[in-house]
Design a protein around this ligand. Structure first.
Ligand SMILES: [Fe+2]
Ligand SMILES: [Fe+2]
Length: 194
């Protein structure tokens, strides 16, 4: 049973160039993203309370994302960078969620796979930050987050496999991996997470 996702297209070099040009902006956006993915984990609990086998893992994931939020905020606070209102819509997330099919089971599966893909892309990008950033504290931090988001990506695949046959999960996963690459490449590189 394979849990690790192999994303199709690597993030282009320009992404990290923009991130390093304006680190405060990236940290602000990163913080907002951690807060949001914690909410995503909890929204599964709210929408699917009958899927009792995954509630513990969802709560655990939400707590870990909230812990990441706290850690990014601490880094920002020490650098006198404030949190922001999130004004602009995250089109990467919006377009991915639009791919989720209707129908109770289909939607549940698609939302789990999309969550896994978002975590996987996040892990890839934190690895890129880790490899390119020079500040020692941030290097340590992003190395840790790379591992943590990669684990979350696997956790969501594992949740899907608990409720759907392997063939169904991997077929849909492959379709959405393709789609994620297209959506990722469409986004302008603005120095933010997506
Ligand atoms: Fe996180
Ligand atoms: Fe995560």
């Amino acid at each position: 049973m394979k849990l690790r996702i192999d994303i199709k297209v690597a993030t282009p070099k320009e992404w990290i160039i923009r991130v390093l040009e304006n680190l405060p902006l990236f940290l602000q956006d990163h913080a907002n993203n951690e807060r949001k993915v914690s909410t995503v984990a909890l929204s599964f609990v709210a929408k699917y309370p009958d899927r009792v086998d995954i509630i513990d893992e969802l709560i655990e994931t939400a707590i870990e994302e909230m812990e990441h939020f706290r850690e990014v905020h601490k880094i920002m606070f020490d650098r006198k960078i404030q949190l922001t209102h999130q004004i602009e819509e995250d089109l990467y997330m919006k377009e991915l969620i639009e791919l989720a099919r209707n129908g109770k089971d289909d939607r549940f599966l698609d939302r789990l796979i999309i969550a896994s893909l978002v975590e996987c892309r996040g892990a890839e990008r934190f690895r890129i930050v880790y490899e390119n950033i020079t500040e020692p504290d941030l290097k340590v931090f992003y190395h840790k987050l790379w591992a943590s988001e990669a684990k979350h990506s696997e956790v969501y695949v594992k949740m899907a496999l608990r409720y759907f046959p392997e063939s169904v999960v991997y077929q849909r996963l492959n379709e959405l991996i393709e789609a994620e690459s297209v959506i990722m490449l469409k986004q302008p590189f603005s120095g933010k997470m997506h």
